[in-house]
Write a new protein. Structure first.
Length: 305
């Protein structure tokens, strides 16, 4: 009976923590939206032309009219300057679909004194800025598991509303939905990816099973990489009320760093096995740095670490 009462107390404490987290995120979102738009504005963007004739809005070239074509394609102004009839061709612009997922699980709330912002804030700023950048470039973007793919200029506000509604429904998942994405689409997954490596591998393989490309950005606080703790230290579990008290915390440093490296190697291998890219982004570095790297990888349509 005592054990059941303690379990109920723990569950209630965790639920209260999640509720407070949802309210706190809703309060911070307006400032995060502004930050995301500012970061997006630092990156050059434009319509992703494919440099061949097709359906689009951007002028590419004039070419001679071919008998049998529709006369509606003739550019009469250009033709009047010569003794030939010319057709105005537009550059082919193929809108891609990109699915973005941002980790909002409890572990993402961590922030150290030397970081620019919490991991969750960095993930949201980066994901929303990327979405804004892609839509301005003519692409369709959706939040994996939350929205359909959209191509509206108000994409940041739309996504913010979807995130708030999802927060109200309960505790966000640590990994994106393990559902196969359509061929010729791309996924961008942003989080700390501290889940078991086997679960991460299974999720990536499921999403890529039909040929979709993807890009994994592992967000890390600098303290998580260096483990600077010394002496008597108390560690708190973000998913429960459990605590761990240790003496001489520095004696755990070498083992911790080795296990972190092994975990990252496993996640990197899971990405490379499907042709996905993998990168680590620290929260003591500018968000624009990761955004520019993501933009280049998305435009290239290639994976790689």
């Amino acid at each position: 009976m005592v054990g059941a009462r303690l379990l109920e107390t723990d569950e209630r404490a965790v639920e209260t923590r999640h509720q407070h987290g949802a309210l706190d995120l809703a309060r911070r979102l307006p400032a995060l939206l502004v930050a995301a738009k500012e970061v997006a504005a630092t990156a050059m963007h434009g319509v992703h032309g494919r440099k061949r004739a097709g359906v689009g809005e951007t002028f590419w070239q004039f070419r001679p009219f071919v008998w049998g074509e529709s006369t509606t394609r003739i550019d009469w102004r250009r033709s009047a300057r010569d003794d030939r009839v010319y057709v105005r061709e537009r550059e082919w612009e193929a809108a891609h679909t990109v699915w973005v997922w941002m980790d909002r699980s409890p572990s993402m709330a961590y922030v150290s004194s030397i970081a620019m912002q919490p991991k969750i804030d960095r993930a949201l700023v980066l994901g929303l800025a990327l979405s804004d950048l892609l839509v301005r470039g003519g692409e369709r973007v959706g939040l994996a598991g939350l929205t359909r793919a959209l191509a509206t200029r108000g994409i940041v506000e739309r996504f913010a509303q979807a995130l708030i509604e999802d927060e109200r429904r309960g505790n966000p998942a640590e990994l994106p939905p393990a559902e196969a994405l359509a061929p010729r689409t791309q996924a961008v997954l942003i989080g700390d990816f501290l889940s078991p490596a086997d679960d991460i591998r299974a999720t990536i393989h499921a999403m890529a099973s039909r040929g979709a490309l993807g890009h994994v950005v592992m967000i890390a606080d600098p303290v998580e990489e260096t483990f600077p703790f010394t002496g008597h230290t108390e560690f708190l579990d973000v998913d429960s009320s459990a605590t761990l008290r240790v003496g001489e915390a520095e004696s755990f440093r070498a083992d911790y760093i080795a296990r972190l490296a092994a975990h990252r190697d496993a996640v990197r291998e899971a990405c490379l096995s499907r042709g996905w890219s993998f990168t680590v982004h620290r929260t003591d570095r500018p968000a624009s740095q990761a955004l520019l790297a993501l933009r280049m990888r998305l435009e290239a349509g290639q994976g790689g670490a």
